[in-house]
Design a protein. Structure first.
Length: 174
C-alpha cells in the first residue's frame, strides 16, 4: 500500500460583515467542505458588525478553491494571509493586566514600553466600562505576552510601574 503525503497550508483570515445569524455556520461549512481544519479563532460583535480572526489549516491542493469559496459569502469581507506552521515557541510567557480611568494614549504608552523591551504581544483584549460605584469610565486591558530571549521580568515590571505612574493606570504582570 502506498500512502500519499498531504501537504497543508496555514491560512489566516480576517472577516468583517454586518452582524447576522448564521455567519459562523456558513464559514465553518465552507471550511469543512474543503477539508480545512478550524484551529484558532477570536470573534466579536463590535458596533453592529461581526468581526473575526481565524487560523485554518487546509490541504494545499484545496487552498485556492477555499479562498474563492470564502469570498462568495454574501455580506462578509474576507482578507486572507498565509500563515506559518513552523512558529518558534517563545521562551518566556506572562500575562499583563491594565486598569485605570479611560483616556487617550494608554495603549500607545504601555505597549511602547513593551516594544522597547522586545516583548511580543500574543493576545490582547481591551474594553471600557462604567465603574459600579462612581460611573467613571474605566479602561481595562488583558494581554498574554512573550519574549524570545530570556528577559529579566523584574526589570520589565519596574519599567511598567514607571509607565503606570505616568499614564495613571494600575499595571500587573502575572
Amino acid at each position: 500500500m502506498v500512502y500519499k503525503q498531504i501537504m497543508h497550508s496555514v491560512m489566516i483570515l480576517t472577516v468583517s460583515g454586518r452582524d447576522q445569524a448564521g455567519l459562523v455556520e456558513e464559514l465553518a461549512t465552507i471550511v469543512a467542505a474543503h477539508r480545512g481544519n478550524w484551529e484558532i479563532c477570536r470573534m466579536a460583535h463590535l458596533s453592529g458588525r461581526f468581526v473575526g480572526l481565524l487560523q485554518l489549516k487546509v490541504p494545499s491542493d484545496e487552498q485556492q478553491e477555499l479562498e474563492i469559496a470564502l469570498r462568495t459569502i454574501k455580506g462578509l469581507d474576507v482578507q486572507i494571509a498565509a500563515g506559518s506552521s513552523m512558529d518558534a515557541e517563545p521562551i518566556v510567557q506572562f500575562n499583563l493586566e491594565v486598569l485605570g480611568s479611560d483616556h487617550s494614549g494608554i495603549v500607545r504608552d504601555v505597549f511602547a514600553a513593551l516594544a522597547r523591551a522586545k516583548i511580543n504581544v500574543e493576545e490582547l483584549s481591551t474594553r471600557t466600562f462604567s465603574a459600579p460605584d462612581s460611573g467613571v469610565i474605566l479602561f481595562e486591558a488583558k494581554a498574554r505576552l512573550s519574549c524570545r530571549q530570556k528577559e529579566d521580568l523584574d526589570l520589565i515590571r519596574v519599567e511598567l510601574e514607571r509607565i503606570a505612574h505616568d499614564v495613571m493606570v494600575d499595571i500587573r504582570v502575572l
